[in-house]
Design a binder for this molecule. Structure first.
Ligand SMILES: Cc1cc2nc3c(=O)[nH]c(=O)nc-3n(C[C@H](O)[C@H](O)[C@H](O)COP(=O)(O)OP(=O)(O)OC[C@H]3O[C@@H](n4cnc5c(N)ncnc54)[C@H](O)[C@@H]3O)c2cc1C
Length: 493
């Protein structure tokens, strides 16, 4: 007979959503909170480990952001232009990105509670830094609306801070503890079965909070749900996010939500590892992200452009651009810049794969593209770029191409200042959009439209997004719904 243990709250997972839920439950009065993490201790934390940890949230501008970064020099802070971001701005971004398909109630919850959730993190000791991704012009730093800070130390920095806080609160973290079954039905959940080294055991609790991530690291599930060659694509985050807890929930009778054929997919270095793209040692973000395409053109292996690189700031397009790359021959493309574009790069590129040449023809030959085609593409693009509007990397500048089949709507500067560079890219999946439905209390809903007693969820396992995603919303969603899940799980009992 397998042994049976008891606790108050079980949290499945070891990423940021899990820590936030566990800490909120403990703060709300749960005596014994146990986190069950499938990964070994050296690899705990799921996608959080690889995350840039940027947070998008409603705020009133520079003075409020200053409270998150009190230690940075006054002179440096004075160079930062940080515009306010209202609830209406955040809602409009979510609406536009998801084409109005996101659950309204949950979108409102996310927006309305984003500020309180991020301040909650600050109040319990999480340290912050200004985002590195901003435009630098004439010694000033211009931040986009809504995105100004990230957690100090990036992915590992965030996890280390969460773990310290959790352990100080007496939360128990069990590594190498995959959950392989749920106890309960579509009316009530009472515990889980854990597949431990020394055999299965049952852990029973007043509530279970599922924070086990998406299914992006499972090629079989990607092929089944996302289709279109997604089984062969690279995975930017944790190899442990394989979706089995999501399947257990669906089998129980949980209602599914979000877009199951879609996910957050962005351009990454074509030579990135198949899983788990590394961060910079100093926490400056991921070494393999290639988000700077607005300042150049992108062509496929045939030398042809295939999307509007300047549709909007990358924060509004990068999560769908990976899928566009996946659809190209060999699932590859090349981001091409001249010296003007290279000066605008915001993401750390020092470990990037690229080729460089003094002419477009030589660049094409080095990249393995037919030179005549790439030269034609660049000449056609340069002819369509106009001098009517000044170039301004700080904002969507309206400097658009004219009379070309695939437009570039902003930042259409000519590719004419050598040496030129071509960065090979492919598609990397970040997380999947299909998941379980929750209500405003982060309680999981059943297919009979009832909240399931004792069952809550937060993070990528929740189905929320459709089509696209405004950057840095994942971490905020985790904080908002993780906090709600922890509080609600305790309040229900
Ligand atoms: C390269 C990269 C950069 C990113 N940058 C940002 C950013 O700057 N801002 C932002 O908002 N978002 C960013 N994201 C997305 C964000 O990090 C994720 O949305 C977020 O980390 C998801 O959190 P989670 O806790 O739901 O899932 P995860 O962090 O993936 O955690 C899931 C956990 O569940 C565990 N688990 C899985 N199965 C089981 C099981 N059977 N039993 C027990 N445990 C299980 C896993 O081991 C893992 O610990 C980025 C992601 C990546 C990959």
């Amino acid at each position: 007979m397998a042994r049976v243990e008891h606790c108050d709250i079980i949290v499945i997972g070891g990423g940021s959503a899990a820590f936030e839920a566990a800490i909120a439950a403990r703060e709300a009065g749960a005596a014994r909170v146990v986190m069950l993490e499938k990964a070994p201790e050296a690899e705990y934390g799921g996608n959080a480990r690889y995350s840039g940890t940027g947070f998008r949230f409603v705020h009133t501008g520079a003075a409020e952001i200053r409270r998150f970064v009190p230690d940075i020099d006054d002179a440096l802070f004075a160079t930062m232009t940080i515009p306010p971001y209202s609830a209406a701005d955040f809602m409009a971004d979510l609406d536009r990105m998801t084409q109005g398909r996101m659950n309204r109630e949950l979108a409102h919850t996310l927006v309305e509670q984003s500020n309180a959730a991020v301040h909650w993190m600050r109040n319990i000791g999480i340290k912050w830094e200004p985002l590195k991704e901003h435009a630098k012009v004439d010694g000033k730093r211009y931040f986009e609306r809504g995105i100004a800070i990230h957690v100090a130390g990036g992915g590992i920095g965030q996890l280390t801070q969460w773990r310290r806080i959790a352990e100080e609160l007496g939360i128990e973290i069990r590594f190498e503890s995959p959950v392989c079954a749920l106890h309960g039905d579509l009316r009530r959940v009472e515990g889980v079965t854990v597949s431990a080294f020394d055999g299965h055991y049952h852990l029973m609790a007043k509530a279970v909070i599922a924070c086990a991530g998406g299914f992006q690291a499972n090629p079989e599930m990607r092929a089944r749900y996302l289709a279109g060659n997604t089984d062969s694509m690279k995975v930017r985050g944790s190899k442990y996010d394989t979706g089995e807890v999501l399947r257990l929930l669906l089998d129980l009778g949980v209602r599914s939500a979000g877009q199951w054929q879609s996910g957050h997919m962005s351009p990454i270095d074509a030579n990135a590892p198949d899983f788990e793209t590394p961060q910079h040692e100093d926490g400056r973000g991921n070494t393999q992200s290639r988000y700077d395409y607005p300042f150049g053109i992108t062509v496929n292996a045939l030398g042809l452009r295939f999307f509007d690189e300047g549709e909007a700031q990358h924060s509004y397009t990068y999560a769908k651009t990976g899928r566009a790359v996946l659809g190209q021959p060999g699932a590859r493309a090349f981001q091409i810049y001249d010296q003007k574009g290279l000066k605008c790069l915001r993401y750390p590129h020092h470990k990037a794969t690229f080729v460089e040449a003094g002419t477009i023809g030589d660049l094409a030959a080095k990249a393995g593209i037919e030179p005549a085609v790439l030269m034609h593409t660049v000449e056609e693009f340069n002819r369509a770029a106009s001098d009517d509007t000044p170039f301004d990397p700080r904002r969507a500048d309206g400097k658009a191409t004219k009379g070309i089949a695939i437009p570039k709507s902003n930042w259409a500067i000519r590719i004419d200042e050598p040496p030129f560079r071509a960065y090979p890219v492919t598609c990397g999946i970040t997380f999947t959009f299909g998941g379980v439905e929750v209500n405003r209390n982060a309680q999981v809903m059943s297919t009979i439209d009832q909240p399931i007693k004792g069952l809550f969820a937060s993070g990528d396992i929740v189905g929320l997004f459709f089509h696209n995603y405004p950057s840095f919303t994942g971490q905020t969603r985790n904080a908002v719904f993780g906090r709600l899940a922890g509080k609600s799980a305790v309040a229900e009992n």
